[in-house]
Design a protein around this ligand. Sequence first.
Ligand code: SF4
Ligand code: SF4
Ligand code: FES
Length: 334
Amino acid sequence: MQIIFKVLRQQQNSAPNSKEYLLDTQPSSTILDCLNHIKWNIDGTLAFRKNCRNTICGSCAMKINGRSTLACKENVGSELAKLGHNFSTKNVEDKIPEITIAPLGNLPVIKDLVVDMRSFWDNLEKIVPYVNTTSENLPDREFLQTPQERSKLDQVSNCIMCGACYSECNAVEVNPDFAGPHALAKGYRNFADPRDDEHQKRLEEYNTGTKGIWGCTRCHYCNSICPMGVAPMDQITKIKREILAAKTKNESRPIRHRRVLTELVKTGGWIDERQFGLQLTSNYFRDIRGLLSIAPLGLRMIAKGKFPFSFEPSEGVEQVRALMNAAQEQKDQD
Ligand code: SF4
Ligand code: SF4
Ligand code: FES
């Protein structure tokens, strides 16, 4: 079958341009097979990263039809099926189907599909991405773990550091201090490992400002995009639960986070993000330091057109409120 690959090409610090390549290929060919074919037979100047060809190394992440994923994981057939292409019938307009390829987002382009991943690795480094065993009580032999303890780490250990989640993360886009879904998922991996000695220190670190877990906007993109099923947002939520469980003081920020979130959803059916920032971080203007800490983020959001200046309550807000009240009553009875 014939297919057109539209590849967004770019040199460093210059405007991107889209280049089209016509290929004869099979639905079972991976996107990486097609890019290799272009490079080896049509245009040797096309730049992209790859290594294992088997979803292990994480180096071939790019945007395929607007979605960040691995070029060696996706194939032509599945991509066209997502676009609604029917292989059993001839295209009505006889048009050659197209697949678009672009570099990862949130990272500067070096050339074509090769991005500069420095901020990705720097953010990972900041969360101390290894089990820390500085304790003096070292066992004589190896550290032992029960199968139950190890099973808590299974999902997050699947991360291959491909950068797909970072590319789609809304928080990274507006807040360069935010550690990123990959780093916080790795943070949970070490935090949940009973061999790690930095449990409390990690909790405090991840609980700080908008660079840690509270910078996540819960947009869910990282969960839906991750090609390895790591679900970074779920790992961030697990850290939040630990923090909430550890703090009992009513005016602590984690407790306020939960209360403000609940009140806003009860009021408007969904979250009024302007109020959320003010009520949570500035504690209703009582915490001037907190207010100042979110000011740069607010300005960047305004500059990027991501700050909502008005708020419309969602439809069915009464039902949402009734549902939440009923759940609360049930919880009180239990
Ligand atoms: S969490 Fe998933 S998407 Fe993010 S870097 Fe790891 S494997 Fe890639
Ligand atoms: S859920 Fe949080 S960490 Fe994941 S992409 Fe959205 S903002 Fe980023
Ligand atoms: S080439 Fe290694 S993950 Fe795709």
